[in-house]
Design a protein around this ligand. Structure first.
Ligand code: SAM
Length: 415
């Protein structure tokens, strides 16, 4: 964000070059802005606000100190990347106190949510920054064209995915984030947004769910609930969430996207959900494991027609065999009816099963068998399950992948 006005020294055109050299020599010239015309055919040279106390108007030329409204950024300033602008601004702020240690501590990347810049955990940790107090955060905001600044800490291991984000500049942490045409709003100090799930959100958005009723057992701020409603055409979503801040964010985002009337929020522990026999589809978006939600997922599935479960899980596997492009993401798989069937013939380029690592396949087949067992026990009759697809969302840790299993579950026809 550029300043609304800056101080400048005006002089006659014929003295402009000399004045410029003089101000440059004394490090008072503000190179971020262009020279500008001043009343009386004069030229105004922008000077640094914070160094005004050091300014002595040269007696050998006619000079006047004035202020320029809406100063025009110089060509050099416009060419700089935001990271460079940030570094230059801070360097100017620190003056002689600038050091290599501080330079290393200035971030090159950050997240942006509307007018808020969200800095990473390891930025601005060196002791000298503390002495600047709020001037530091004002400078960061100004350099990056933001109004608010926050810094993230670690996500708390509390089951609610509470972020330890500190607001450094600004009055509140509510932001709006637009993703695939969906508006998400949330308080960054209370809830987190997972950019790592983008591929899964896009995939969910493209599923044909027209007319379906969906249960989202771990709705968060609506990462999946909203794409199901806005893009996939789900008729209705039951969204379960136990973090009250996420519930508030979800409510606001549903309103923002005009789909509030097609969603019921169940605030509380999804394992205690009282719904039964309502869902065509259940989303179980919890890692490292959504296993605790499997019994309730089986209960909410329509008992006469069944449906599809999207089961998230972190699965460990050894390094991918060199000849298989296994890290590339999605992996189709074959079905299992009663007993897990093998994926189609391995080897061919087009064979979907070829990209499914053995550990992923055995996790998918094991999960299918467990769910079949739960459904059979619940309804007192056999069910069939089919592994429709295994999606590798992201690498979570070395050799650990966040997978999603799309599992079709149907009551077996009577023999
Ligand atoms: C990982 S986030 C969900 C968002 C999305 N799936 C993602 O990975 O970014 C999981 C959400 O489930 C909620 N949650 C976890 N266990 C829950 C439970 N037993 N009942 C209701 N909500 C739960 C957490 O509060 C959190 O908001």
């Amino acid at each position: 964000m550029e300043a609304a006005e800056v101080p400048a020294v005006a002089t006659e055109r014929r003295f402009a070059q000399r004045l410029r050299e003089r101000l440059e020599e004394e490090r008072l010239l503000d190179g971020r802005y262009r020279l500008q015309r001043a009343p009386g055919g004069r030229v105004a040279l922008p000077v640094l606000e914070e160094k005004l106390s050091q300014l002595c108007l040269p007696p050998e030329m006619p000079c006047e100190l004035l202020r320029i409204q809406e100063p025009v950024p110089s060509r050099a300033a416009r060419r700089r990347t935001p990271a460079r602008r940030l570094r230059d601004e801070l360097r100017r702020l620190l003056g002689a106190g600038w050091s290599a240690e501080l330079e290393r501590d200035v971030p090159h990347a950050w997240q942006r949510h509307g007018d808020m810049v969200l800095l990473s955990e390891d930025s601005f940790r060196a002791a000298p920054w503390d002495r600047l107090g709020s001037a530091l955060w004002q400078a960061v905001a100004s350099a990056l064209g933001a109004r608010r600044v926050a810094r993230r800490g670690r996500v708390m291991p509390d089951g609610m995915r509470t972020p330890s984000v500190t607001l450094l500049l600004g009055q509140h942490g509510w932001v709006e984030h637009v993703d695939n045409g969906i508006r998400y709003t949330f308080d960054v100090t209370k809830c987190m947004f997972s950019p790592g799930n983008i591929t899964e959100k896009l995939r969910v958005a493209s599923l044909p769910c027209s007319g379906e009723v969906l249960v989202d057992l771990y709705a968060g701020i609506g990462y999946f609930t909203l794409p199901f409603l806005v893009h996939a055409g789900a008729a209705f979503v039951h969204a379960c969430e136990w973090n009250s801040h996420a519930v508030e964010a979800l409510h606001r985002s549903l309103v923002l996207n005009g789909v509030r009337d097609r969603c019921r929020i169940h605030s509380g522990d999804s394992r205690q959900l009282q719904l039964r026999d309502v869902a065509d589809r259940v989303n179980l978006g919890l890692i490292p494991s959504s296993e605790e939600g499997w019994p309730v997922a089986c209960r909410v599935l329509k008992k006469d027609t069944g449906g599809v479960l999207h089961i998230h899980h972190n699965v460990e596997a050894g390094p991918a065999p060199a000849q298989l492009p296994a890290e590339r993401g999605s992996a189709g798989a074959a079905s299992s009816a009663g007993e897990a069937r093998r994926p189609t013939e391995p080897g061919g380029e087009d064979t979907p099963g070829a990209r499914l690592r053995p550990e992923w396949r055995s996790w998918a087949e094991g999960t299918a068998a467990r769910i079949r067992g739960l459904l059979a026990e619940l309804h007192g009759r056999p069910w069939r399950t089919s592994v429709l697809h295994v999606e590798a969302v992201k690498s979570y840790a070395p050799h650990v992948h966040h997978l999603v299993l799309d599992l079709e579950c149907r009551p077996a026809p009577p023999v």
